[in-house]
Design a protein around this ligand. Structure first.
Ligand SMILES: C[C@](O)(CO)[C@H](O)COP(=O)(O)OP(=O)(O)OC[C@H]1O[C@@H](n2ccc(N)nc2=O)[C@H](O)[C@@H]1O
Ligand SMILES: Nc1ncnc2c1ncn2[C@@H]1O[C@H](COP(=O)(O)OP(=O)(O)OP(=O)(O)O)[C@@H](O)[C@H]1O
Length: 311
C-alpha cells in the first residue's frame, strides 16, 4: 500500500458533569460529546527500515515520543508482535492545541485506525477501544465519534443516533495565546467542589440515567428546545482565564445561539446554531469584534462520525 490518509475530527462537550472521584484518582464523569467538522489529517506511508517517524506543519507541537500519534503507533506495533513494522507519518494540524477539543486524542485514535489499515492488522474494534482508553480518557470517543454519552473517566460509551435533517453547527472561538492544562482544571475542580462530590455508586448511576433522559438529548433530536449546556469545568476555569470570559461574552452577542459554553477543560468556547449557514452568519457578524479581541474562529457542522479513512 502506498500512502493512506486518515481524518481526525475535533470534539466539543455538550454536557460535562463531574460526579465524583474514582479509586484510580480520575474523576467519574457524565458527558455528551459531539464530533465536529474541524479535522486534522494524517498521511501515512510504510517505512522500509521499521522506524516510526512523524512530521508536522506546526513547529510548536512535539513530534517525539510524547506525541499521542507516536504513542499510539508504538503501542499498536508492540501489541501486534511485529517489531519490524514502521511508518512515515505527516500531520496536517488544523485543530488548535490544548483547546478542550481533544485534538491530540483524535490524532491518536486516527493513528490506531490508519496504521491498522496500513499494516494490514486485524485487531477487533473492542481491542482498538481498549488501546485508546490506555492512551487517554477522550480517545475512545474519538474512534467512532458522532454523538455519544461518555461515562466512567470518559471511556464508557453509549452511541446517540444522529438527528434527522440538517446537522446542527457551532461557531468556535479560541484565543491563540491561551491554553488550559486539563490536569490543572480537574485539580482546581476538586479544590472548589470536592466537598460536594457524590460518593455513592448508586448516585453515579442515578446521574447517568438522568442524562439519558435529559432535555439535552431531546434538544439534539430536534424534539425539544436546546437547554443550556452544563460544563462543570467552566465555572472552575472561567474566573481564572480572561480569554474564556471574553469569548463567552462575544458569543452571547451573536444572533439567537441555541447554547453558549466552554468545551472540555477549555479555553475554546462554542455557540450552537440550527445549521451551518447560521453559524457562518454569526461568524461574519462577529468577525470585527473577534479580530479586535485577538480570537480565531471556526464555523463547523456537527459530524456524524469520528475517525475516517480517506479513499
Ligand atoms: C476534559 C475532557 O477533555 C472532557 O472531554 C476530558 O475529561 C479529558 O480527557 P483527556 O485530556 O484525554 O484526559 P487524560 O489525558 O486521560 O487525563 C489528563 C488528566 O486529567 C485528569 N482527568 C482526566 C479525565 C478524568 N475523567 N478525570 C480526571 O481527573 C487527570 O488529572 C488526568 O491525569
Ligand atoms: N497530536 C497531537 N496534537 C495535539 N496535541 C498533542 C498531540 N500529541 C500530544 N499532544 C499534547 O497533548 C496536550 C493537549 O492535547 P489536545 O490538543 O488534545 O488538548 P485538548 O484539546 O485540551 O484535549 P482535551 O479536550 O482532551 O483536554 C498538549 O500538551 C500537546 O502537547
Amino acid at each position: 500500500m502506498a500512502e493512506l490518509t486518515v481524518c481526525a475530527p475535533a470534539k466539543i462537550n455538550l454536557h460535562l458533569e463531574v460526579l465524583g472521584l474514582r479509586a484510580d484518582g480520575f474523576h467519574e464523569l457524565a458527558m455528551v460529546m459531539q464530533s465536529i467538522e474541524l479535522v486534522d489529517a494524517l498521511h501515512l506511508a510504510p517505512s522500509a527500515d521499521g522506524t516510526i517517524s512523524l512530521r508536522c506543519d506546526r513547529p510548536d507541537l512535539p513530534v517525539d515520543g510524547s506525541n499521542l500519534i507516536v504513542r499510539a503507533a508504538t503501542m499498536l506495533r508492540e501489541r501486534s508482535g511485529l517489531p519490524e513494522l514502521g511508518a512515515h507519518i505527516r500531520l496536517e494540524k488544523r485543530i488548535p492545541v490544548g483547546a478542550g477539543l481533544a485534538g491530540g486524542s483524535s490524532d491518536g485514535a486516527a493513528a490506531l485506525v490508519g496504521l491498522q489499515a496500513l499494516w494490514g492488522l486485524r485487531f477487533s474494534h473492542p481491542e482498538l477501544l481498549a488501546m485508546a482508553a490506555e492512551l487517554g480518557s477522550d480517545m475512545p470517543f474519538c474512534l467512532d465519534g458522532g454523538t455519544q454519552l461518555c461515562f466512567g473517566r470518559g471511556e464508557v460509551l453509549e452511541k446517540v443516533p444522529p438527528a434527522e435533517g440538517d446537522p446542527l453547527a457551532v461557531l468556535l472561538l479560541k484565543h491563540p495565546a491561551s491554553s488550559v492544562s486539563t490536569p490543572w482544571a480537574y485539580g482546581r475542580c476538586r479544590e472548589l467542589r470536592g466537598h460536594a462530590y457524590l460518593r455513592d455508586p448508586h448516585a453515579f448511576a442515578q446521574r447517568r440515567e438522568a442524562l439519558r433522559r435529559s432535555p439535552l438529548l431531546a434538544g439534539l433530536a430536534g424534539t425539544a428546545a436546546m437547554p443550556p449546556v452544563r460544563n462543570d469545568l467552566q465555572e472552575v476555569v472561567e474566573p481564572e482565564v480572561a480569554s474564556v470570559r471574553e469569548g463567552l461574552e462575544l458569543l452571547r452577542r451573536s444572533d439567537r445561539p441555541l447554547a453558549v459554553a466552554m468545551s472540555g477543560s477549555g479555553p475554546s468556547l462554542f455557540a450552537v446554531f440550527p445549521d451551518l449557514d447560521c453559524a457562518q452568519a454569526a461568524q461574519a457578524a462577529l468577525a470585527a469584534a473577534c479580530t479586535a479581541a485577538g480570537f480565531e474562529s471556526w464555523a463547523c457542522a456537527f459530524r456524524p462520525r469520528g475517525v475516517s479513512l480517506e479513499p
